[in-house]
Design a binder for this molecule. Structure first.
Ligand code: TXA
Ligand code: MG
Length: 319
């Protein structure tokens, strides 16, 4: 079969058809890592029960081992085997899964995952993605998959297979190409507490969306060190300086535009924030690869998903 000749470690992009998904499931069972699309960004997946496989994720990304991973599940019953769901968690899952939302919940004492996945925390981040390729791979493999974003640690997240290849190519034996990610920003991360809920990372599902479902406002963030290590500064960072809210770029700047400010790459000429979110990381990858010495970004309204866009842009300015 055509997959038999692949030498591991050479960054191999294949269209995510049935044969490729079957091969990817075999790779995962063999303890290998595979890059796969979700509706938010591409993930770098491994069998969540296999310590060696999970170690390969950390090694490929150069990720610090105190930064835990999201576990992707095939359905709600798989999620309940890993985490303790209270009533609020059930309601949020029911409303937004499958979809671009991750829940941080107490870890089940006997959860079938290797310890490195949660970096020793008493909680676990779980997501049920709606992407057909992720769903097919979960079904085909029968595994739960640990999968952070498929970029070098601290770098720009990938929303296309070619971004994964450029960033991690040599370290990933197989990259399933499912086309560009529809949402384009990482999932909203919601932590469930005894007394309510908290947004750990803004994303495609907004606080207003969640409030409508649970009937109460989010708690004010309490603990920003261990709870959201990936939320620290210098994340999503291009290799160049980034200047925000620019309406008139300097001659040496590569301008990421929005609406009437066109720039070198317009996130959305019509000023549509969902379209801007879907294009953001592609624009940042282009800006980073360009000959320009620095990057400028047009103002993006801070409403709806624009809040998550500005969150990523602000982190991109910290180097
Ligand atoms: O859209 C997404 O969420 C993508 C796709 C592939 O699912 N994944 C993703 O993973 O963005 P990653 O590893 O790049 O970001 C996950 C974030 C990190 O900031 C990590 O620190 C946090 O989730 N996290 C994981 N487990 C946690 C836990 N138990 N408590 C708090 N934060 C946690
Ligand atoms: Mg990430």
């Amino acid at each position: 079969m055509m997959f038999g000749s692949n030498t591991l470690g050479n960054g191999w992009v294949v269209p995510a058809d049935d044969a490729a998904i079957t091969a990817a499931a075999q790779f995962l069972h063999a303890g290998q890592i595979v890059a796969i699309p979700t509706e938010t960004v591409y993930g770098l997946a491994a069998d969540a029960q296999n310590a060696d496989a999970v170690a390969r994720i950390y090694a490929a990304k150069g990720r610090p081992d105190f930064n835990p991973l999201i576990v992707h599940v095939a359905d709600i019953s798989a999620a309940r085997k890993l985490a303790v769901f209270n009533d609020m968690a059930e309601r949020i899952a029911d409303a937004f899964w499958p979809g671009p939302l991750t829940l941080v919940l107490p870890l089940q004492p006997d959860a079938p995952i290797t310890r490195a996945v949660t970096a020793g925390l008493p909680t676990i981040a779980i997501r049920w993605s709606a992407h057909p390729v992720m769903q097919a791979l979960l079904a085909k493999s029968g595994l739960s998959l640990a999968a952070p974003s498929a970029n070098p640690s601290g770098g720009i997240s990938p929303t296309r297979a070619e971004h994964v290849l450029a960033g991690l190519g040599g370290a990933v034996p197989m990259i399933l190409d499912g086309g560009p990610c529809a949402a384009g920003l990482e999932s909203t991360i919601v932590a469930i507490r005894d007394d309510g809920w908290e947004i750990l990372r803004p994303g495609p599902v907004t606080p207003e969306d969640i409030e409508r479902v649970v009937g109460c406002k989010p708690l004010v963030a309490q603990n920003t060190t261990i709870e959201a290590p990936g939320q620290m500064s210098s994340h999503y960072a291009p290799t160049k300086p980034v200047r925000l809210n620019v309406t008139a770029p300097e001659p040496a700047e590569w301008l990421i535009g929005f609406g009437s400010i066109s720039g070198d790459y317009n996130l959305s000429a019509s000023g549509n924030l969902a379209q801007a979110a879907a294009n953001l990381f592609d624009a940042m990858h282009h800006a980073d690869a360009s000959a320009a010495r620095s990057i400028a970004v047009a103002p993006i309204p801070r409403e709806g998903i624009g809040i998550a866009i500005n969150d990523r842009l602000n982190r991109a300015t910290v180097r």
